[in-house]
Design a protein around this ligand. Sequence first.
Ligand code: MLT
Length: 251
Amino acid sequence: MAFGLIKDDMDIDLFLTPVPLAKADLQGKTVVVIDVLRFCTTACAALAAGARAVIPTDGPGEAGEMRMKLGADMAVVAGERNGVKLESFDFGNSPAEFTKATVGGKHVVMTTTNGTGIFTRAGMAGPVLAGAIVNASKVAERVAREGKDAVIVCSGIEGGFSIEDTICGGLLIHQLATTHSVATTLNDAGSLALLLFRSNKTALKQTIEQGEHGRFLTSIGFGGDVETASAIDSMPVLPVLKDGRLVLEES
Ligand code: MLT
């Protein structure tokens, strides 16, 4: 920004992977953590089904302890490693498992390979939103309303780039610029995400299915989850991190 000029655009820094993330990057900004396949999609499903909260944790041990603390009648424990439900856990990481009957009124304590750990490290920022394709418009609306500079963190896949999270970041930036007429200044990864979304928007599901994680999930029997996660605005809820828990924010 040039000296003396009043800044009226929104700086959006998108991180293709969570690796360069430091707490200093997040201070005073709206933070969106994206994990399309599948944690954020599953968190949306659980909260839409009436769960009280989704609690991200760093690992199975911590998840088990948290569940004990909350009480087995008040909490379930869910998550995956290599895409598959952890032994002795109640549920895996498949959005279809989270229904009113299974999680209504309960805390859902979760650990996943990539997604949950990012939320446990984002506590100093505010607000921190869980972003996915299924709740994209809710997230974009909240980022626009907040009006602050924003950081979009793609969970990626085991430290690397993932096409579905980047496309989702591009979708959010696209909605901010079009639906909400927000003037944005993007870092190069943000520009890349926007290009990726705009050049794939008519074949979103196919692009995500053909991605590394989409192919992997399909190969182990979770192709339905990939389809669910690719449907824009099919779960119009807004999970917001409050005291280490993702809760629903009514708008
Ligand atoms: C993750 O956080 O690594 C993912 O949600 C993995 C998955 O279950 O697809």
